[in-house]
Design a protein around this ligand. Structure first.
Ligand SMILES: NC(=O)c1ccc[n+]([C@@H]2O[C@H](COP(=O)([O-])OP(=O)(O)OC[C@H]3O[C@@H](n4cnc5c(N)ncnc54)[C@H](OP(=O)(O)O)[C@@H]3O)[C@@H](O)[C@H]2O)c1
Length: 337
């Protein structure tokens, strides 16, 4: 197995830092590695596996002799550099939404639809964070036939980047001290608040974030239009870890016990479900670790053959960095670069 020459684009950002850490944790072997940012952070230092690297400014020529780029530098940056990377024979695993719904771009959750990786033409997309955690829970249940899916998300500020994390901290302190605070990242104050808007509104009244969950779920699980999906996404004053209330109507009858058993054995999922002892997953359980946690598994009272559950995960890991590095690992193992 040939070792790839790797670049991490957006290495100085929230997701990029996690990608760097997880590249080490998953033991990705490489021939060379470089860390890239905008001009703003170029020249800063990153220590990786005990060695100090200087962050380089991303320009087309830095992608010469690079096999795999793990990118988390925003959609416009990915759009700018993806053609340059592909032109040079490289492969980009992209965290932005720039290419996710393009026909020739596999949208992959490692362990869910790895075979789709074989169809790549130089670009592989990483799903949106709220879609990602949901896929690991839904894939093993797909065999019961998903007829209808309703998802409500409670999303942490880390999903909006470093500036948003700082805004929650600074706004909270200002609020507690009775000082004025001007919110910049969010349309409303985020401290002590819940904001029912993530990303911009679409013509149909849903936000783009909500439509990402709808469209990406269909693409990853290969579901057609007969499966009805709806999502409401809210931003909550939590630093890290997205929570989701999930209601599923199945074609076939399935009991909560069966679902619990299936999810206990599912790849990447951990069940915490013992409400009598107040055991259910919360964002604090999920932050900093790999599994997607599922709990509160119960019969849904509104649907025939319905199940409701609560699903929590570290959005920076499974929702972005962990999945990116897992894809990188699969690409290497499958010889796809
Ligand atoms: N946060 C999440 O949970 C999450 C989940 C899924 C996907 N994503 C996606 O991942 C991307 C990054 O998110 P983030 O939260 O890590 O943001 P962030 O903390 O703001 O970091 C952005 C990174 O991109 C770099 N960058 C910005 N413009 C660039 C340019 N023109 N050329 C090269 N590098 C550039 C920045 O470099 P400087 O340090 O030089 O500014 C920084 O390293 C976004 O596309 C986001 O939608 C985020």
């Amino acid at each position: 197995m040939r070792k790839p020459r790797i670049a991490i684009l957006g290495a100085t950002g929230v997701v990029g830092r996690e990608i760097t850490k997880i590249t080490d944790e998953l033991g990705i072997e490489f021939e060379s590695i470089k860390f890239l940012s905008s001009a703003r952070s170029a020249g800063s230092k990153i220590t990786f596996k005990g060695k100090e690297y200087t962050v380089e400014e991303a320009k087309p020529e830095v992608f010469d002799n690079v096999d795999i780029v793990m990118a988390s530098a925003g959609g416009s940056t990915s759009k700018l550099f993806a053609p340059e990377i592909v032109k040079r024979g490289g492969l980009i695993i992209d965290n932005s939404s720039a290419f996710r719904m393009e026909k020739d771009v596999p949208l992959v959750i490692a362990g869910v639809n790895d075979e789709d990786l074989r169809k790549h033409k130089g670009i592989i997309a990483n799903p949106n964070c709220s879609t990602s955690q949901l896929m690991l829970v839904l894939e093993p249940l797909k065999k019961f036939g998903i007829k209808r899916l309703i998802v409500s998300t409670y999303q942490a500020v880390s999903g909006a980047g470093l500036a948003a994390i700082n805004e929650l901290r600074d706004d909270t302190i200002a609020n507690l001290e009775g000082k004025p605070f001007e919110n910049k990242c969010f349309k409303k104050p985020i401290s002590f608040n819940v904001i029912p808007q993530i990303d911009v509104f679409c013509e149909n009244g849903y936000t783009k974030e909500e439509m990402k969950v709808v469209n990406e779920t269909r693409k990853i699980l290969h579901l057609d239009d007969t499966t009805k999906i709806s999502c409401t996404a809210a931003r909550v004053p939590v630093f890290n870890g997205h929570s989701e209330a999930v209601d599923i109507e199945f074609e076939k009858n399935v009991t909560p016990d069966e679902v619990r058993e299936i999810l206990k054995n599912a790849y990447g999922v951990k069940v915490i479900d013992n409400p009598e002892n107040y055991e259910y997953p919360t964002t604090r359980d999920a932050s900093g670790v790999d599994p997607v946690f599922a709990g509160r598994i119960r019969k849904n009272l509104a649907f025939d053959n319905g199940i409701s559950l609560w699903c929590v995960a570290d959005n920076l890991r499974i929702g972005a960095a962990l999945n990116t590095v897992r894809i990188c690992k699969r690409v290497i193992e499958m010889g796809l670069f």
